[in-house]
Design a protein around this ligand. Structure first.
Ligand SMILES: [Zn+2]
Length: 274
C-alpha cells in the first residue's frame, strides 16, 4: 500500500478514468499515440459492443492533425500487457543482476563498487577539510603569539582558504552523486518489489496496471513482409522502458487478433522493429 501510494504520488496526477460517453476502461488515460503524443480515446463498436478499442483522439479524420487512427483493440492490449508483465517478472526474478543492468545501465555489483569508491573519496575530502580548519587555527595562534609574521600569515591563510573552497565544491558534487545513485537503486528495488507482488497474477487488473505502468505508446499497425504488425512501447513506473536482452530465454508474447477488417494483426515489441 505504501509503495503504491508512493508511486501514485511520484506520478503526481490523477488519471482520467472515464471517456466522453461515460464509458470507462482500465486502459483509459494510459495510452498515448506514438506519433503525435495525444491520448487515445476509448470506443466500442456500435454494431458489436463486444469489440472495444482505442484510437488517437487527434486523428485527422476526426478534425485532428494525426495522420493515422492508431486503432488498437482492448483484447489485444490485455493479452500483450499481461504477457509483457509476466515476461518482465521472469526477467526480474530469474536474472536479477541483468535486470538491474537493464534498468540502471550497469550491474548492481558495479554500482556498489562505484558507490564505495565515492564514499571513500568523500571521507578523504572531509578529513582534509577538517585538517585545514586545524592548520588555520594553528597559524592564527602562531601569528597572535608573534611566531608567524603578518605577511606570512596572510599568504598561508589565503592558500588554506582556496583549498577549502575547492574542497567544498568537490564535496557537494560527490554528495549529490551518491544521493542520486542511492535514490535510483531505491526506485529499482521498489519496482522489483511491485513486480514480485504480481507473480501469481493470471488476469490483468486495473490496480496492477496502475501500479506497474506509467504509459503505453501505441504505434499504428504496419504491414511488414506481408504480415500486419502492431508495436507497443510500455513505460513502467519508476524505471521507464526496459529492454530484455534477446539472448535470454524469455520469449516475446505471441499475440494476434482479428481486426474489424478481418485482418490478423500480430504484436511486435518496440525494440525489434525497424
Ligand atoms: Zn496521433
Amino acid at each position: 500500500r505504501a509503495v503504491y501510494e508512493q508511486v501514485q504520488q511520484k506520478r503526481g496526477k490523477i488519471r482520467k478514468r472515464r471517456t466522453n460517453n461515460g464509458e470507462h476502461n482500465m486502459f483509459s488515460g494510459l495510452l498515448v499515440c506514438a506519433d503525435c503524443g495525444s491520448n487515445l480515446h476509448f470506443h466500442f463498436n456500435q454494431g458489436n459492443p463486444e469489440i472495444k478499442y482505442f484510437n488517437c483522439s487527434n486523428y485527422k479524420g476526426n478534425r485532428g492533425t494525426c495522420t493515422s487512427t492508431h486503432y488498437v483493440r482492448v483484447d489485444f492490449l490485455e493479452e500483450v500487457v499481461l504477457g509483457e508483465i509476466r515476461r518482465l517478472m521472469k526477467f526480474a526474478s530469474l536474472y536479477e543482476d541483468e535486470f538491474v543492468k537493464a534498468v540502471i545501465g550497469h550491474s548492481k555489483q558495479a554500482e556498489q563498487t562505484d558507490r564505495k569508491l565515492k564514499e571513500k573519496e568523500l571521507r578523504t575530502l572531509l578529513a582534509r577539510d577538517k585538517e585545514l580548519d586545524g592548520l588555520f587555527e594553528r597559524i592564527y595562534e602562531d601569528n597572535v603569539s608573534g611566531k608567524l609574521s603578518d605577511d606570512r600569515f596572510a599568504k598561508m591563510s589565503r592558500r588554506y582558504e582556496d583549498e577549502q573552497k575547492e574542497l567544498s565544491e568537490k564535496i557537494k558534487k560527490l554528495r549529490s552523486e551518491i544521493e542520486k545513485q542511492s535514490s535510483r537503486s531505491m526506485t529499482t528495488d521498489m519496482f522489483i518489489g511491485l513486480v514480485r507482488k504480481y507473480t501469481r497474477a493470471r488476469k490483468l487488473t486495473p490496480r496492477m496496471l496502475n501500479e506497474l505502468i506509467e504509459k503505453i505508446e501505441v504505434f499504428n499497425a504496419e504491414k511488414i513482409d506481408g504480415v500486419w504488425e502492431q508495436r507497443l512501447r510500455i513505460h513502467y513506473n519508476c524505471v521507464g522502458t526496459i529492454e530484455i536482452p534477446t539472448v535470454l530465454p524469455l520469449p516475446i508474447p505471441e499475440v494476434s487478433v482479428n481486426t474489424r477488417k478481418g485482418v490478423v494483426v500480430n504484436y511486435a515489441p518496440c525494440e525489434l522493429a525497424v
